[in-house]
Design a protein around this ligand. Structure first.
Ligand SMILES: NC(=O)c1ccc[n+]([C@@H]2O[C@H](COP(=O)([O-])OP(=O)(O)OC[C@H]3O[C@@H](n4cnc5c(N)ncnc54)[C@H](OP(=O)(O)O)[C@@H]3O)[C@@H](O)[C@H]2O)c1
Length: 405
């Protein structure tokens, strides 16, 4: 298939750390143009894998073309797609939601497109899609995991996507829209759905500097809850203090390290923070596990709730029997994908609420490491950026921001 790509000079993958809360990032303000191939076929590139394994070993950049959409099909052009821990786990084959392996992208053997979250614009659509109220230029995000979002373009049906209506999209950048559907929703639901915290009551969480953690801090603050936030210790104490300060500026009441949490005297400190223990700590959010998670559970008041939603340390969660028997702590798990499947309407309301807060300046973006994906971007450079996210102690979440694709 002959195609016309009027590209600028090849550009290497560029990344820049974006710490401009609530401002539309520079990359997402750049003119977004696309190059249509002859006969309406769209040329596309995707980071794909044909077998499970470590991302640098199994990912490759695959080129293919997408035929013009008809009936209930639409062609999407991606604008921003984050690299979340679950995406890595999915490539490794250890995530419960499996991607679709297919030969539809023109390969002899089935391949899957990596990535689960992102925002895309509709650039072409069939009559059936128009009848369902979609139009060219609409922004959509994925209804559930497994669609594959680390790609320049995709063919989709209305069953695959949720539209961000024009009102919801107003004043929202592509990065904000592309990162709203998983982390902020997870924090929102965990704070609301396991217990009814009263204003002035406390919750405690680990992984407090993660996307979910930062969202929980801000939502908690807005709803009048107080928070104890646990981060991992840094060798560089200046950086550790800077992280504590940053989270306090977001609305955290207390920020401590995992070492401080496990030190002697933590119970007395917690009493001091909570008015001599009179203001209960009624909810814990855990994405780390291991000893630091057990220490967190020990600070909870009787009959509180402990919600596990991640496994960053890869350590088991060990709970003394006394917490079940005498303290009556309720242990739960939460997976936003399962929740969203059961509650699609509530999911949209949650997203709308977070975007509304974002628009009003009440909800700040997490720090982002923008990874520019141009048409000329090389596969090994994009894959190297995915590999970087496997390391901890990062300053921002990696997000593919698509340029002239
Ligand atoms: N269940 C659900 O529905 C759901 C939804 C969204 C996210 N999650 C989970 O929530 C967690 C956070 O996701 P995210 O996207 O918000 O993360 P993120 O923004 O990418 O941040 C990663 C977080 O993990 C910490 N971390 C990295 N390696 C670690 C290790 N070996 N031990 C302990 N902590 C480590 C990081 O701390 P440092 O800065 O110290 O490295 C950072 O706080 C992940 O486990 C993810 O799978 C679950």
């Amino acid at each position: 298939m002959a195609s016309k790509f009027f590209s600028t000079a090849p550009r290497a993958v560029q990344t820049r750390l974006c710490r401009t809360p609530n401002s539309v990032s520079i990359a997402s303000r750049l003119p977004q143009r696309r190059y249509i191939s002859a006969y309406g076929y769209e040329q596309a590139k995707a980071l794909t894998f044909s077998e499970y394994g470590e991302p640098p070993s199994v990912l490759s950049l695959h080129s293919h073309s997408i035929s013009p959409p008809h009936s209930n099909f639409m062609t999407l052009r991606f604008l921003a797609s984050p690299i979340n821990p679950a995406d890595i786990n999915q490539i490794q084959g250890v995530y419960p939601s499996k991607p679709t392996f297919t030969t539809n992208l023109g390969t002899a053997n089935p391949i899957a497109v990596a990535g689960n979250e992102g925002v895309a614009e509709i650039i072409a659509l069939g009559e059936g899609v128009k009848k369902e109220g979609f139009k060219k230029g609409d922004w959509v995000f994925m209804k559930g995991p497994g669609f594959g979002t680390w790609r320049t373009h995709a063919s989709a049906t209305t069953d695959d996507v949720v539209k961000l209506d024009d009102q919801m999209r107003e004043g929202i950048s592509a990065i904000q829209a592309g990162t709203v559907s998983i982390n902020p929703c997870t924090a929102y639901r965990m704070l609301r759905d396991f217990t009814t915290l009263q204003e002035g009551e406390w919750f405690i969480q680990n992984g407090a500097n993660s996307g979910v953690g930062r969202a929980a801090i801000q939502l908690g603050k807005k709803w009048g809850y107080k928070s104890i936030n646990v981060i991992r210790s840094r060798d560089d104490k200046v950086k550790e203090e800077a992280m504590k300060k940053e989270l306090k500026e977001l609305g955290a009441d207390v920020v401590i390290t995992d070492a401080e949490l496990q030190s002697q005297g933590i119970k007395d400190m917690a009493k001091e923070w909570t008015n001599g223990g009179r203001a209960p700590i009624r909810l814990a959010l855990n994405c780390v596990n291991g000893k630091a998670a057990t220490a967190m559970a020990k600070l909870l008041s009787s009959s509180s709730h402990f919600v596990t939603y991640g496994a960053m340390s890869k350590q088991p969660l060990t709970i003394p029997a006394s917490m079940f028997i005498f303290k009556d702590i309720h242990f739960h798990g939460f997976w936003v994908s399962r929740w969203a499947e059961k509650h699609p309407g509530e999911k949209q309301m949650t997203v709308a609420d977070v975007l509304d807060m974002t628009r009003k300046g009440e909800f700040r973006d997490m720090p982002v490491d923008e990874i520019r994906w141009e048409w000329e971007s090389k596969g090994d450079e994009l894959i190297a950026k995915v590999k970087d996210t496997l390391e901890g102690y990062r300053e921002g979440k990696g997000v593919f921001v698509f340029g002239k694709t």
